[in-house]
Ligand binder design. Structure first.
Ligand code: PDD
Length: 279
């Protein structure tokens, strides 16, 4: 396997960043995950636009021209012979003696890796997945795709221990923000697709944006608004979306079946529309 680290393609096992990299010491960096579907980089423009925004919010410079990054992503996929998989891009403020303040001459660290994956096991699509709900203990700028992911690490671990696929994080007012690595959706009993509006409370998923565009094009009624856990328990369907899952049906929330406990038609329709759009 091959990784890209600061200008070099290196064997995965020999790929290193320095112990005083600010990503390691402060989680001072951002990332993106882009899916490769039959050799096509899904929603690449959207992911690069969000990366640009994340960098900007942290006052981080682009480590290279975005066009060059597109090339590196392709080269890493090619060298790893990935036709279906995930590309991971991480940019940190680079190596500097430990000091909270920005270094005067930052040289950002850029890492790109890629691995093959099978997107969503057939069983997940046929039976749906379970989610649990947990308090959202993250910071107030969840719109930045930062590598500071400790709350999500703890949340995903709790989900795994409960036999669930994802944990939906819940704000103090009882509304669901999003999953630990996905956006959260429900379909109301009136057939309206609902997902939280973009704000600093959530990461504005690129897959989320594409699914909303698909819903719009297909004439599926949707609302961008917060929903409570109670509303989710009573929903007809529920879904999660992300670059790594596209759109997967949720059939249990905190152990309670969603609707009749099997994946519903709207989720299936959206997934097919998404795959047709990226392919
Ligand atoms: N996570 N919300 C959070 C908190 C996320 O971490 C992600 C993505 C999403 C979905 O965004 P998108 O549709 O752009 O992938 C929402 C990636 C996949 C990860 O951390 O692995």
């Amino acid at each position: 396997r091959t990784a890209y680290v600061n200008g070099r393609y290196v064997a995965h096992g020999d790929a290193h960043v320095h112990i005083e990299d600010r990503g390691f010491q402060f989680a001072d960096g951002v990332y993106e995950v882009v899916s490769v579907v039959d050799g096509v980089f899904a929603d690449e423009d959207g992911h690069l636009a969000r990366l640009s925004r994340s960098l900007n919010e942290l006052e981080l410079p682009w480590p290279m021209h975005p066009m060059s990054l597109r090339f590196v992503m392709r080269e890493v996929a090619r060298r790893n012979r990935v036709r279906n998989g995930l590309v991971y891009v991480q940019i940190t403020r680079g190596q500097a003696p430990r000091d909270f303040r920005f270094p005067v001459d930052p040289a950002p660290t850029l890492v790109v890796t890629c691995r093959s994956t099978k997107f969503s096991a057939p069983q997940q699509l046929e039976k749906g997945v379970s989610v649990i709900t947990i308090p959202d203990i993250r910071w107030a700028r969840r719109d930045i795709k930062s590598v500071a992911l400790l709350p999500q690490v703890l949340g995903k671990q709790r989900a795994a221990e409960a036999g669930a696929f994802e944990a939906w994080q819940v704000d103090p007012d009882g509304t669901v923000t999003e999953g630990c690595s996905s956006n959260a959706w429900i379909v109301t009993n009136e057939g309206v697709l609902v997902t939280r509006a973009a704000s600093t409370r959530i990461l504005n998923g690129i897959t989320r944006l594409s699914l909303l565009a698909e819903a719009e094009a297909a004439g599926i009624p949707f609302e961008e608004r917060a929903f409570t856990v109670e509303e989710a328990y009573a929903a007809r369907e529920a879904l999660i979306s992300s670059a790594s899952t596209f759109c997967v049906p949720v059939t249990r929330i905190d152990g309670k079946p969603v609707g009749d406990g099997v994946p519903g038609p709207l989720g299936r329709r959206l997934r097919q529309a998404y795959l047709a759009h990226v392919g």
